[in-house]
Design a protein around this ligand. Structure first.
Ligand code: BMA
Length: 389
């Protein structure tokens, strides 16, 4: 039975109909194969090209910050376009511009309470997206901080109740809750595109001020090892899992260190960090300008060795209580030596209201001091940055 069948089929193979059919199938399969190969190649090319475009944007930002380092320092202001003293949500407004005639070169934004309609400081996330786009169109640099809620309780960053950082790390019972937050972040970063669809590069500065004990990721509630895992996991997950490719990453300690070793105690590693920062308000408050100079020097030395960008990521004098703070404190410190001059930017915090602000408004007695600071050749606002780029 088997043999007859085989013979019959074998004979049929040489019949004219079979030859025509075989020709058809051979051609069909060959074309199908070619189609797979070609679409594979085209798909491969376009995703490779996409990666290149994304990396190029980030690399351009890195290069431009590297190029100005040592010569100029960009001036930055948190939430500058969103609100200021006596106004909120007026497109194009800026307290820095009101005081000096120009926008800051760097704009800080905050993602605390991601997942809600508004961020921790009452700015709708949709608006933050459009401010970041506006800042980018204007030619400025954007940097983003994250006062993250503890994912398990959703209590704010400063609430230290029931913290167990290990439980949100991989393998921990609450890891899924942490992933939910990271997914929200990734969704936000993916929205940062130009009208042509090109990704807007931003400097992300997660888990900042980690040597103090005021945040749940700080010293009192999170071990050094857990901190490093938290940082690495955040960056790995965003970049590798969620394919967020528009980030430079900043490591941004507070002022509680006094040597290169102590600065690096929670350093997640060169492959995780692009910018080495410092957040320091306290040393100005206590009049210890010498300590600010030493700490910026440490940041600059490490950045030089590691080929990273150095930046004064947060500072300021709240309500400008220190007289002539801009020229007699900040400028003095930034001009102290070659190391302090090596900061790519300095950013002051937000102008919430008359009880919490860092940039003087029109009537403030320190307006002139702020203008003098901004007029200094080393300090760069937006127009100058665009000329230098
Ligand atoms: C702090 C204060 C808070 C604010 C937080 C996050 O330094 O300005 O009012 O909620 O930053 O932006």
């Amino acid at each position: 039975m088997k043999e007859t069948c085989f013979r019959k089929n074998a004979l049929n193979m040489f019949s004219p109909i079979w030859i025509v059919r075989r020709g058809f199938w051979v051609a069909f399969l060959r074309n199908l194969f070619l189609l797979f190969v070609l679409t594979g190649m085209i798909g491969g090319c376009s995703s490779k090209a996409r990666e290149n475009i994304i990396d190029k944007e980030v690399e351009n930002l890195r290069n431009s910050l590297n190029n100005i380092s040592g010569k100029y320092i960009l001036f930055g202001h948190q939430d500058d376009l969103a609100y200021g003293l006596g106004w909120k949500g007026i497109r194009g407004n800026s307290d820095v511009k009101s005081a000096t005639g120009d926008y800051p070169a760097l704009f800080g934004w905050e993602l605390g309470n991601i997942g809600d309609f508004e961020n921790i400081d009452g700015i709708p996330f949709d608006s933050i997206v459009s401010y970041i786009k506006l800042a980018h169109t204007l030619g400025g640099v954007n940097t983003i901080s994250w006062h993250a809620r503890y994912p398990v309780t959703n209590f704010n960053s400063w609430n230290l109740t029931d913290i167990d950082v290990q439980s949100i790390l991989p393998g921990g019972d609450n890891h899924g809750l942490f992933l939910e937050k990271l997914n929200l972040l990734a969704g936000f970063f993916h929205r940062l595109k130009t009208p042509e669809g090109k990704p807007i590069p931003v400097i992300f500065r997660p888990w900042h001020e980690m040597y103090g004990n005021w945040f749940w990721w700080g010293r009192s509630k999170c071990s050094d090892d857990d901190y490093i895992q938290l940082f690495r996991y955040t960056v790995d997950y965003l970049k590798n899992e969620k394919k967020v490719s528009n980030l430079l990453i900043a490591f941004s300690p507070d002022n509680r260190f006094n040597s290169e070793d102590t600065y690096l105690e929670r350093y997640p590693g060169d492959e995780y960090v692009d910018v080495l920062g410092l957040d320091d308000y306290g040393d100005f408050r206590s009049g210890r300008l010498d300590l600010v100079v030493i700490k910026l020097g440490i940041v600059s030395d490490i950045a030089k060795k590691k080929n990273k960008i150095a930046a004064f990521t947060e500072t300021g004098s709240d309500k400008l209580e220190i007289n002539n703070w801009y020229t007699s404190n900040l400028l003095q410190v930034l001009k102290a030596n070659d190391k302090t001059r090596n900061m790519a930017w300095v950013m002051v915090w937000r102008n919430r209201d008359s009880e919490h602000f860092y940039v003087p408004n029109g009537q403030h007695p320190q307006q002139e001091d702020f203008r003098l600071f901004c007029d200094d050749k080393m300090i760069i606002l937006l127009d100058e940055y665009k000329r230098l780029k």
